[in-house]
Each structure stands twice: as C-alpha cells, then as structure tokens.
Design a binder for this molecule. Structure first.
Ligand code: KG4
Ligand code: ZN
Length: 358
C-alpha cells in the first residue's frame, strides 16, 4: 500500500510517500518540504492568507518531486492522506482540496489525519523507532502534552498545558527579545552564549503534584525582567530597546528562559515515567528539536535506564512524512477507513480530545 501524505496546516508545505506492507512498520520512500518562514519573517509572524496562497503554489510541484524521488507515478498511489486539523483554516483547505481532487481524479480514497497524531508517530520514521508502550512528550507550537501511548490510536492524556504551550513560551519570549519569528530556534541559538542561572525565572506548576503545565506566567516574568534590564541601561530618561543591550545580557536572559522551560518539561516527563512505570519516552513536535532539552532528557533518561526516542531533527517540525506515516499506521490498524466521498471537512480547532481518552 502506497500512501501519499500532504501537510499544509501552517507555514510549511510538506508532501511524502510511504509504503506499508501488512503489519510491518511503514517506510518512507521520499518526502519534500517547502518552508514559508522567509516569506512570513517580514511580518514577524505567520500571515494566514499568504500561507494559504503559498501552499497552493507549492503543493503540486512538491508532489511531483516526491513522485520522481520515489520512482512512483500517481497511478501507483493507493490512498491520499492529508492534515485535517488543527491548523489555519485556509491553509488546511489547500491540502484537503488537493488531496480530494487527486483522489477523485485517480479514483482512490482519501484520509484526513490529526496533525498531532502525525507529530506523535513521527519518531517511527527514525532509524531507531520506539516500541509500544511509551510515555510521549508532545511539544509543538500550540500544544504541550504528556500521554501514555499503548499503541496506534490508544492514547491516554496524562497532563497538558492549562494555558500557553512550551512552544508559545519560546516564541513569545523570543518576540519580547526582538528575535523575530520563528522564535524557538532563534532563542535557543542566542541561549548558547548565555548563562542559564543568570536570572531567576519562575518554573510554573513544577511541584504541582500533577502532570499539567502552565507557561503563561513565564512569558510575563521574561517581559518584566527585560523591562528592568532596559530601564537600568536607560540614559537621559530615554528608554532604549532590548535589542540594544549588550549581547551577554541578552544571551543570559535567553539562556535563563530556556532553562526554565526545559526544567519543567524534564521534571514532568520524569514524573510521568514514574507514575506510569514505563521505561520508554518519546519526544515529538517542534520544541523536540531543542538541543538543551534533548541533552537534559538524554542525561536524565540514561540515569534511570529509560530509552528515549526523538524524530529525526528535520522531522521534528511540520512535514508531510509524519502525515503519510500516521495515515498508513491508522489504516494498518483498522482504525479508520479511507473514503471516496471526497466531501472534505477541515477542522481548524480539532481538539486533542478527539485523539485521546483521559
Ligand atoms: O510542531 P511544530 O513545527 O508546529 C506546530 O504544530 O505547532 O512546532 C513549532 C514550534 C514553534 O513554537 C517553534 O518555535 C518551536 O516549535 N521550535 C523550537 C525549536 N525548533 C522549533 N523551540 C525551541 N528550540 C528549537 N530548536
Ligand atoms: Zn505541527
């Protein structure tokens, strides 16, 4: 079975082909990605209308690229999977529309995939795929969750953020520091030159006794700290900009911010392992690309004899491979039927609750 996957939920157009034989783990034949980051950078964030238009421009050339690279033709495709949600409505419509049009033209069924399940299953695309069961730390731009994963489609929510996601904490703090978009990678690059203990920032809900997170207060603390630093630097009563502070000070605040986020993610992940008694941790989503988070999780897991798995670095953020993979794994497990009605419905606010039991 060949599954073509299309991802277009936000600012990355991704297309991929996976091959699934019986119950064996599906394999990635080819994938292609176009990131719109450069286009949105001029605006300091994602402009939804521009995102949709750019997905339209990219999706068919990327599909051709994937067909060429995999040595397959459209006629070989058995199922077209696409991201159904959550995401930007117009952006999702492009992927869904193209998937349904391809399906209708080829007489092949289509399958809507939950974007977060794509992230969750993306570590199965790596050279060292996990085995069930495991604890999953899902850290994307809009979601922070800990789950107990028994198998494909068998997810139990252990805890989640009650306000901002860890990715938002990175992005919003980066914005305050004038680092632009996307903030996470820029903040972590700056943090490499800073001291993680330079500023005392809160670790929200660190000792709450449950597995929930809260990151909104951290962003406020970063704002207050940055205003203090700017005021201390002010001359003649004129307030300067955070960007004009000495590099060391800016890097120190970036490193302190990253340390606060990483410490909370680390401690809650270890608590989730203890609570479930599981010995395997899977990290997925864009923030899973963070080097400091990986280093600290690796060290803590090594100490506890816990195996930890990540997606390949380039498959941490949005991509088509994870959508094709999740689609193929759902089909293999009989969890969902691909459909030939082509009445695509995208769900911009598709909830995690659609995916998990609590
Ligand atoms: O999973 P993703 O690509 O998109 C969503 O589904 O939301 O995650 C994007 C998030 C953004 O918040 C981005 O700043 C963050 O992942 N991110 C990082 C890093 N790379 C991406 N955060 C910290 N360090 C990184 N290296
Ligand atoms: Zn994503």
């Amino acid at each position: 079975m060949l599954v073509l996957g299309i991802e277009s939920s936000c600012d990355e157009t991704g297309v991929a082909m996976v091959q699934a034989e019986e119950q064996a783990l599906p394999t990635l034949l080819a994938h292609a990605l176009y990131s719109q980051i450069e286009m949105h950078q001029a605006f300091g964030g994602v402009v939804p209308e521009l995102a949709s238009r750019d997905h339209i421009r990219r999706v068919l050339p990327l599909t051709q690229e994937v067909l060429d690279a995999s040595g397959k033709s459209l006629a070989d495709v058995d199922v077209v999977a696409y991201t159904r949600g959550p995401g930007l409505a117009g952006a999702l419509l492009v992927g869904a529309g193209v998937a349904c049009a391809l399906g209708a033209a080829l007489g092949k069924p289509v399958l809507g995939v939950h974007h977060l399940e794509g992230h969750l299953l993306s570590p199965f695309l790596s050279a060292d795929p996990p085995e069930f069961p495991f604890v999953a730390l899902l850290v994307s731009g809009g979601h922070t969750q800990l789950m107990r994963v028994e198998g494909v489609g068998r997810y139990e929510l252990l805890g989640e953020s009650i306000d901002d996601a860890a990715g938002e904490a990175f992005d919003k703090s980066a914005k305050l520091m004038g680092l632009g978009y996307p903030g996470g990678p820029a903040l972590s690059r700056l943090a490499e030159q800073g001291r993680a203990d330079a500023y005392k920032l809160p670790r929200p809900l660190l000792n709450s006794g449950n597995l929930d997170f809260s990151f909104a207060g951290l962003k406020t603390a970063v704002l207050v700290q940055s205003q203090r630093m700017v005021a201390a630097q002010a001359t003649d009563g004129a307030l300067g900009l955070f960007e004009s502070l000495p590099l060391q000070q800016r890097a120190d605040l970036a490193a302190s911010t990253q340390a606060a986020i990483v410490e909370v993610l680390l401690k809650k992940s270890m608590n989730a392992l203890k609570q479930t008694g599981l010995q395997r941790l899977v990290v997925a989503g864009g923030v899973g690309a963070n080097r400091e988070l990986r280093a600290q999780l690796n060290a803590a897991c090594a100490k506890r004899n816990v195996r930890v798995h990540y997606p390949e670095l380039h498959l941490c953020t949005d991509n088509g491979a994870m959508i094709a993979m999740a689609g193929a794994m759902r089909l293999q497990n009989g969890l969902q039927q691909a459909s030939t009605t082509y009445a695509f419905d995208v769900k911009p606010r598709l909830a995690v609750g659609q995916l998990v039991a609590r």
